[in-house]
Ligand binder design. Sequence first.
Ligand code: ZN
Length: 408
Amino acid sequence: MKMTFKFRAKPTKTEERWLFSEFRHQKQLQNYMLQMRSQMWDYGSISVSRYDQQAHLRKLRENSHYRNHPQDMQVETIKRVDKSIDNFFGRCKDPKAKKKGYPKFKGSVRSLTWSLRKHKVKDKATGTFKRVRQTPIRETGTRYNRLKVPKLGEIKIRQHRRIVGDPKEVTLKKTARGWYCFIVCEVPDTLKCVPKSACGVDVGTHDFLTTSEGKKEGNPRFYRQAEQKLIRLHRDLSRKQYRSKRWYKAKDALAKQADIVACQRLDFLAKTAYKLFHHKDFDAVVAEKLKPSNMVKNRYLAKSISDASWGMFFEWCSWVAKRDGKHFHQVPPHHTSQTCSECCQKSPVKLKLSERVFHCKSCGLKLDRDHNAALNILHRAACALRGEVWDTILTETRNPLLQQACWS
Ligand SMILES: [Zn+2]
């Protein structure tokens, strides 16, 4: 399993200049490698692989300005081109893909990535040599630690937590609000626990989520809160002379505000996902399998649905479950808010979004609509796992064939 640690980086003005020049070099290299591929194909249907390009890079590095730039970053750029071409061919084979989209030439690059090499280290106790990957961070014992960057030296980072596992790859990225470094570490997989308690979750735009116990989490609506500010900043930008000093200033201000909204949302989603598993100690969480990309086609709800970002929330849930050895499942979402959780009767009339209470005509149940839906989701998962037996407790004794039929 891979874990990524994100820290704030603080390069000096000189270091920043070097990093920007490196961005330009990597952009040129990336465009050059992409052009090489398409031209060779046009020339005589010759396909160029990643290894051909790496061999070409080695030749270039012998006697040109390519020597002055870090090789690890250049190799990583070639890998990126290779991956983009692979993805393009994948889309060509996929009948569902609407746009094939040949990779485009880049106008700018905003991040640098390099993988960490293994070094030979002598083990003093046994006297044998071992190949070990060195950590990219030098600890200073002060407020700021140092990140080793090839060819540049060391730059300041604010390491607010320790990294775990074997560091493999480092990315340095420039965003609207500053520099960040991402360290990818390989961590041993966590064993999955045997689920003893489960919780159903219904997501919505009114309340962000409702659990099958009836607990609610409010929808913070970060985009809606900042909407007026963003409108003002957009208006400011549109009134400036294109590419003037003031235009760039207005552009930066807008990008910063957009970044703040994105960060707030990410923080909320990550914390809510953690809370769901750990505050009540649930072993399994079940949610609906929604398709937000289809749902945003509704033009009245599109902004609210995008703002809630359920897709990202489910991704975080499955990630937390994977990291902590818990379970996260998704069930089909059909008619969860129209069905009674008590007697399983489906009401023929669809509830309007403004109606917050579900009223069953056959058994007389009156329940909050989201709570009812969350119970239905949990019920559906239990049915899928145990073969039509109503039980809130999920166990691993399940029929694999039945499970496959129900999950798919
Ligand atoms: Zn009923």
